[in-house]
Design a binder for this molecule. Structure first.
Ligand code: ATP
Length: 311
């Protein structure tokens, strides 16, 4: 298997009414953070659950830590840690108890030192003896990651680890995930937040309708699918978009905003001057460097927001 912790070839999952995963291929190397992105229903959870051994593929191959997901389920479970989507700890367990309980359940080290060390890794030492009920949302996710870390897994599946958290707690979790990566863990991250993937992932695969529509490092994808700068005419609406198109300026309408893409840095000022000369009602005009969100908009034609696919 070499350096690949996950290998996926021609993977297909069909349900009676839909092909949820439609012949995807990707590899995840040891020590990488690999992010699966896509709008609701793209097939991410199905893919991850196949890799976790929870669902059988219809066709194709998937190997995790060298084991075929169909036959090696038990061996895979011993060496992976999972933070499930919408993880909620038991209210009446304290982090120290929850980690001990979990370690015992899976026959891992339950010594005081081992448990304290995991709790420290996730930054919960000060809250180790507080009922989970009284933990903040971010602390509860940290506890979930602590439970995923019992048994020192080679591979972590983090399924939307920061959904629903406030921006401060999200950033703290990013730091924790970055630290886990530095310690050599391989992480498969599914997320609805493109900034999160851009910040954390070495490689991303964007899924849509069961297929991978783009795959590569965030920076490679940004330059492949239109690096450069976007001028945003906020609130310019369909009328603004039509006014620009009529003057030969390529404009894209996203919600009520109009985007004008400028590939070369030197073209930004002339384009701003040109736009200023056209009478368009708008609320604000600003520029932004291309991000993974722009790649996503281009490929999937939609904005990905927390659990919602907005037009
Ligand atoms: P989300 O971001 O909402 O979690 P996703 O990308 O994880 O979406 P999946 O949950 O993998 O997408 O679903 C892919 C498609 O397969 C969807 O159309 C979904 O309705 C369908 N699907 C998922 N599980 C089942 C099932 N057990 N039986 C039938 N159809 C299913």
């Amino acid at each position: 298997m070499g350096e690949h912790v996950i290998e996926v070839r021609g993977l297909v999952k069909r349900y009676p009414d839909i092909t949820a995963v439609d012949g995807i291929e990707f590899d995840v190397s040891r020590g990488q953070v690999f992010s699966l992105l896509g709008p609701n229903g793209a097939g991410k959870t199905t893919t991850v659950e196949i890799l976790e051994g929870l669902r059988d593929p219809t066709a194709g191959e998937a190997r995790v830590l060298g084991q075929d997901v169909r036959s090696g389920y038990r061996r895979i479970r011993e060496r992976v840690g999972v933070l499930p989507q919408d993880f909620e700890p038991f209210d009446r367990l304290r982090p120290r108890e929850a980690v001990t309980y979990w370690a015992r359940l899976f026959d891992h080290d339950v010594s005081e030192e081992a448990v304290a060390s995991i709790i420290e890794t996730v930054g919960l030492s000060d809250r180790a003896d507080t009922f989970a009920l009284n933990l903040s949302g971010g602390e509860k996710r940290r506890l979930g990651i602590a439970m995923a870390l019992v048994g020192q897994p080679d591979l972590l599946f983090l399924d939307e680890p920061t959904t629903g958290l406030d921006p401060g707690a999200r950033r703290e979790l990013w730091t924790l995930i970055g630290d886990l990566k530095k310690k050599g863990r391989t992480i498969l991250l599914t997320t609805h937040y493109l900034d999160e993937a851009e910040q954390l992932a070495d490689d991303v695969a964007i899924m849509n309708h069961g297929k991978i529509v783009a795959h590569g490092s965030p920076s490679a994808l940004i330059s492949q699918f239109g690096g450069g700068t976007t001028i945003v005419l906020a609130g310019a609406g369909r009328g603004g978009s039509q006014a620009l198109t009529a003057r030969g300026i390529a404009a894209e309408l996203h919600g009520d905003d109009v985007f004008v893409h400028v590939p070369m840095a030197g073209q930004v000022r002339p384009m701003l001057a040109k736009l200023a000369s056209i009478e368009i009602p708008l609320t604000e005009i600003y520029t932004k460097r291309s991000t993974l969100e722009d790649v996503f908009l281009k490929l999937v034609g939609a904005r990905m927001e927390e659990g919602v696919l907005a037009a």
